[in-house]
Design a protein around this ligand. Structure first.
Ligand SMILES: [Zn+2]
Length: 139
């Protein structure tokens, strides 16, 4: 068990190991309470010391949805579980990476906007015109 050192546990937490190495560490974690303790200590240490953007990004990227999933979230075509999860990820965890990604996706979807704006404008003008007419006839 001493074969697994801090650097490897650290890489494990960063999801930076190969499948084989990850399996090996998970196996070792199952078998060794001291190793589990080391892992918990490492996680706590990281949580305390993690004030750098890079560190937070690394930690939270582990649970990030893909760009495609974010796109589907915007279109609201995901299962409600996924929709909730991504909402939680964006709003409660406040993942800066995904928020940036989402903003980018929203910008890409913008071209549809002027059309809708024009429709609203027309609707507004016709309602305003109607109101003016109504007011005029009341005189
Ligand atoms: Zn994220």
């Amino acid at each position: 068990m001493s074969a697994i050192n801090r650097e490897q546990l650290s890489a494990y937490l960063d999801d930076a190991l190969s499948d084989g190495e990850t399996a090996q560490i998970e196996q070792a974690l199952r078998e060794s309470e001291p190793l589990r303790r080391s892992l918990r200590a490492l996680i706590q240490e990281r949580d305390r010391g993690e004030h750098s953007i890079g560190a937070i990004w690394r930690r939270e990227r582990l649970s990030c949805p893909s760009r495609e999933q974010l796109g589907n979230y915007l279109l609201q075509v995901l299962d409600s579980d996924w929709q909730d999860y991504i909402e939680f990820h964006l709003k409660t965890i406040g993942c800066a990476y995904c928020q940036a990604n989402l903003a980018d996706l929203q910008a890409l979807q913008k071209p549809a906007e002027p059309q809708a704006q024009k429709r609203r404008q027309r609707f507004y003008e016709s309602s305003a015109g109607y109101l003016n007419v109504a007011r005029d006839t009341r005189k």
